[in-house]
Design a protein around this ligand. Structure first.
Ligand code: G3P
Ligand code: MG
Length: 350
């Protein structure tokens, strides 16, 4: 069975425990796992933070991924089983967790969510408090001629919600996770942003629209590392594909909000999350002294940590390939893997 839920261990005499001088923020893909495979050093590294270290105490950490597509509870449970340690939901931040902050503003507005499998992301958005959530498969089920080159499958149809999109003005498009049907998704988003929110509505120049559709991306990764021998294109590539089509249609890129590593908003969110863990464990005045980000992607993990003035450790088990020359963003340290990164940081702080 999994180790006891650690947050229960810290409910009593928080102010009596001394906080260690450091805390970790771990990227996931390319650092702890590669596709379905757990990297062997990951389990040893996390075990060290459970107490098997010179500080003889647990060292706090969170996971910060540009991935997502399922609920935080489901993913943290599956990561706990894979990594052999208890990952509390409070320690797990994925690309779209930050969107909880917008749920109030869009609670009663029709929104479109992109990414993930069928309607899983709809349910994630609803769990955040969004109440009128639609998918591009809902649009295709409503009018198959929206995108005549994809025949909706029975399983996809079963995941849809009925709506008349001529009468459902969409206020915002949230790209939660990596889209599965780029063509349908690019077509639908182009329809929405050119008409001011009505699929099939007349195209109106952006500057003449009374209420332009808000477009929010959660992960800028052009590349990420799965179990394939070379990096895969990510949500950032989908954004470039959409913007290229929109520019060909209108001559401009469409204004949008970007979350995810390396954005400041995401790193502030991560620091707030770690701060709450420190206050719960070590008392109201405790904050993490030295933060160490361990990542595999210089463009996201390292750039974001450097921008947030954290320590950054770049590992060689993911996107970064030393054969390709120096990383675009210089880390505090380059390590072979996550275990070496943790050992170096602990040694440095002890
Ligand atoms: O879709 C996941 C990918 O973009 C990156 O994941 O864990 O390396 O931030 P991660
Ligand atoms: Mg990664």
């Amino acid at each position: 069975s999994l180790p006891q839920n650690r947050s229960q261990l810290f409910r009593t005499d928080a102010s009596k425990r001394k906080a260690p001088p450091l805390a970790f923020v771990f990227d996931i893909d390319g650092v702890l796992i590669r596709g379905p495979h757990v990297l062997p050093e990951a389990k040893k590294a996390l075990k060290m933070l459970e107490g098997d270290n010179p500080f003889r105490t647990t060292i706090p950490y969170i996971l910060l991924t540009n991935g997502g597509g399922v609920g935080e509870e489901e993913r943290s449970k599956s990561l706990s089983h894979k990594l052999g340690v208890h990952i509390d939901t409070s320690q797990y931040l994925q690309a779209h967790t930050i969107l909880k902050k917008h749920a109030q503003r869009f609670a009663d507005e029709p929104i479109l969510v992109l990414g993930g499998k069928r309607d899983v992301v709809r349910r994630v958005a609803e769990s955040y408090g969004y109440k009128r959530v639609y998918t591009t498969l809902d649009v295709l089920a409503w009018n198959p001629s929206v995108w005549p080159f994809h025949q909706i499958t029975e399983a996809e149809k079963a995941s849809t919600k009925t709506a008349d999109f001529e009468k459902t003005p969409i206020s915002a498009v949230f790209v939660f996770h990596d889209p599965r049907n780029w063509a349908l998704d690019v077509q639908t988003v182009c329809d929405l942003v050119q008409s001011g929110g009505i699929v099939g509505g007349p195209w109106v120049p952006l500057e003449k629209q009374t209420k332009p559709v808000e477009l929010i991306f959660c992960n800028p990764d052009l590349l990420w590392r799965s179990d394939f021998p070379t990096p895969r294109i990510g949500q950032g590539a989908f954004k470039e594909a959409f913007q290229a089509v929109y520019k060909a249609l209108t001559g401009n890129r469409y204004p949008h909000v970007q979350y995810g590593k390396p954005t400041e908003a995401t790193y502030n969110f991560a620091k707030e999350t770690l701060g709450a863990i420190f206050r719960e464990r070590y008392g109201a005045s405790s904050t993490p002294e030295h933060l160490y980000m361990v990542g595999d992607n210089p463009e996201s993990d390292i750039a974001g940590a450097n921008g947030a003035r954290w320590n950054s450790v770049l590992v060689k088990t993911g996107v970064y390939d030393p054969e390709q020359g120096p990383p675009a963003h210089a880390p505090t340290r380059i390590a072979n893997d996550v275990l070496e990164a943790v050992e170096w940081a602990i040694e440095r702080e002890f």
